[in-house]
Unconditional design. Structure first.
Length: 482
């Protein structure tokens, strides 16, 4: 946990409070159509298939003749890794029809009507900009408890349960209240500040470990016509990938826990104030790539790989997603957020890493055992290695890198996890309260601040109001760190 000095966080900074600038324009909140309610289906149409007989080769009791439908989010990781795993399912159950594979980026708009109608697919990769709200799905009892999968023997070692093959924290991420496991996060994502080692070498610079050094490097880059930062301006909820661990580094992980728990005044913590003011300084000093607020995640990544900006907050899917525009000599790397100063509670190296790419089996799936078996196959060493080779990301399987040559990006992620040790944070807002995290905190709060349309104080006040409203909203289920 690093330093746990008893003094309060007041002062936290190495500088005077940034002078308040006038807000420019009004904050507009785009509607993103997240799943706010799922009807409890009593559809008498498509019913569950009859469960098969459980055997050593078929521990979950999959119906060997039943069809299986899988919907994959076609984003940064693509879909081939899933197709390859589906072929193994087809080989295991040759009497069943070929797995029906659907790939889309429109998860919510395509699947919400099917959830409401009681005809969802059997396995869903619930990811992307149109991700369905996980907290709502769990709260409305729309998901199957995956505990039978967790307790099933693993593909590689029948004496080892699937749950015992997972990386630390993955199983817990799929839990909300108590022991049931509602979500299987298949990828293992390292979030942080991504950069090109080649670009830093050209500036004769090293990755900055504190904010003074960060600002100095941004100033140096600006003199060379290079922006310090860019980000997904149209989807500014990418900014927390580096901002949240920055807050934790300054004030301790308990600050993030209070934010996740929707505690009163959690966003008014001095650590939040210090972090927001530091990021706002990037805007004030002109260190953000011009036009960034209008860029999508792909466009911002493209500008970054073209060398127009040094740093971008992102997750480890970025290597695969940005591959088409990344130069061969780019030397893509990830680093934990720079600290603020010597008053930080946690050491440099504090980083956000957690399960990513959430897979769910709907409670009303026709072939739920098949959906779980497909996940069991994906959590084998062979499928995990295939995933890592194809998409350049770690999987939830604890291993799967032996014998593989890792890219600079993947190796830096592995090294970052090793350096972090116990100082790995895992904010839960993005899966507990999707609308709050994306539309309100991300777009209407942080996004407006980084575009210069709100000061840090104004952004914090607005975000705290959003959090307070969510805490009082009895139509949504609330969760707390145990």
């Amino acid at each position: 946990m690093g330093s746990t000095s008893a003094h309060k966080n007041e002062g936290l900074g190495r500088r005077d409070v940034i002078k308040r600038s006038a807000a420019l324009g009004l904050i507009s909140v785009p509607t993103m159509g997240f799943l706010s309610a799922c009807a409890s289906s009593d559809s008498s149409g498509d019913k569950k298939v009859e469960k098969g007989k459980a055997t050593k080769a078929n521990p979950l009791g999959v119906n060997e003749t039943a069809p299986l439908e899988v919907v994959i989010f076609d984003g940064g990781f693509g879909q081939q890794y899933a197709i390859d795993a589906e072929k193994k399912y087809n080989a295991a159950f040759p009497k069943a029809p070929k797995v029906k594979h659907v790939a889309t980026q429109k998860i919510q708009s395509q699947l919400q009507p099917r959830f409401n109608g009681g005809t969802p697919p059997d396995l869903i990769d619930n990811s992307g900009a149109e991700q369905m709200d996980m907290g709502v799905l769990v709260g409305k009892k729309q998901l199957l408890d995956l505990t039978p999968l967790m307790d099933a023997p693993s593909i590689d070692d029948p004496n080892k349960k699937v749950r015992d093959t997972l990386r630390p924290g993955v199983l817990e991420m799929g839990q909300f209240d108590g022991d049931p496991v509602w979500i299987m996060y298949y990828a293992y994502t390292v979030y942080g500040v991504w950069y090109s080692q080649t670009a830093l070498e050209k500036l004769d610079a090293e990755y900055p470990e504190d904010w003074d050094a960060m600002l100095a490097l941004c100033a140096k880059a600006k003199r060379q016509g290079i922006a310090g930062w860019t980000y997904a301006g149209k989807y500014p909820y990418y900014l927390p990938f580096s901002l949240y661990p920055f807050i934790a580094k300054i004030g301790g992980r308990e600050v993030l826990d209070k934010i996740d728990n929707l505690e009163p005044n959690a966003w008014k913590d001095p650590a939040v104030k210090a972090a927001f003011e530091a990021y706002y300084e990037l805007y004030q000093k002109g260190y953000i790539l011009k036009g960034t607020p209008g860029l999508t995640h792909i466009q911002s990544q493209t500008e970054w790989t073209k060398g127009k900006a040094l740093f971008i907050p992102n997750g480890s899917w970025v290597e695969n997603e940005a591959a088409p525009t990344t130069p061969k000599d780019f030397k893509m790397m990830v680093a934990p957020p720079s600290g603020l100063d010597s008053s930080d509670k946690l050491p440099f190296g504090t980083i956000w890493a957690s399960g990513g790419e959430p897979f769910v089996v709907p409670a009303n799936a026709k072939n739920p055992e098949g959906g779980m078996e497909q996940l069991r196959i994906m959590l084998s060493e062979e499928s995990s290695k295939n995933f890592t080779k194809q998409v350049k990301s770690l999987s939830a399987f604890n291993g799967g890198t032996d014998g593989l040559t890792l890219s600079t990006a993947m190796q830096s992620g592995v090294d970052s996890l090793k350096k972090a040790g116990d100082n790995v944070v895992n904010p839960r807002l993005q899966d507990w309260y999707v609308k709050l995290q994306k539309e309100q905190i991300g777009v209407a709060g942080i996004g407006e601040m980084m575009a210069g349309r709100a000061t840090p104080a104004e952004a914090i006040k607005k975000i705290q109001a959003f959090a307070d409203a969510a805490a009082k909203d009895q139509s949504i289920k609330h969760y707390k760190h145990q």
